[in-house]
Design a protein around this ligand. Sequence first.
Ligand code: FPP
Length: 237
Amino acid sequence: MIEHIAIIMDGNGRWATARGLSRSEGHLAGAKQISVVADAARAMGIKSLTLYAFSTENWKRPEPEVTALMSLLKEFATNELPQMMKNNVRLRTIGRTGDLPLASRMALLKAIDLTKNNDGLTINIALSYGGRAEIVDAVNKILKERKSDAPMTEEEFRNYLYLPDMPDPDLMIRTGGNLRISNFLLWQLSYAELYVTETYWPDFGADDLRRAIEAFDGRERRFGGLNEQKDGGAVDK
Ligand code: FPP
């Protein structure tokens, strides 16, 4: 059963260039696509979506593109809020969100607060997010807060990640065709199935999501073990 899908929403720039539009117009089209995919995910019974919207490395992009993305974020949090309330969607963020401009942060905090008791689909947006940064932030939190020097377990380490209660993604989709993880959810993607499509994010719709889920359903997940029927009943170490 698939509950959590993580998505690298890539290809906005190429989508725009192919149409003679600016990269920022590509991001606008990409932002609009989020509600299309969220509606489809809800209809398919998915519990969580984690969307990579802005990486720690994206700050290196030209200033006008960063500004356009930050203002899109504010508009997204403000304009989508009524729809999120209506659809019982909970919004959360992961990343170094303290780096975001105040106006974007305030709009996000309002949406996070107002949607916090919604228990339909959860949308986690990764902002100023890096997988290595998350692990380093967790280590620094441990150095500051942990009283004991007893050996740490994986379960305890998880408590120091941005959203300790976030289940690991079952499936990670990347649009735009690149075969990379790009510093996304390095801890949490350990056993995720990967699905890459050439489709650019602004063109990725309900049918594409269904195809990705069908591909996932056809995979055999063993989490490092063996399949009991196919592999003779043994389970490896
Ligand atoms: C990658 O496309 C996409 C991004 C860096 C930003 C993703 C942002 C959105 C989908 C919209 C804004 C999000 C919210 C939450 C309002 P790219 O620019 O790297 O595309 P390219 O690889 O074709 O150049």
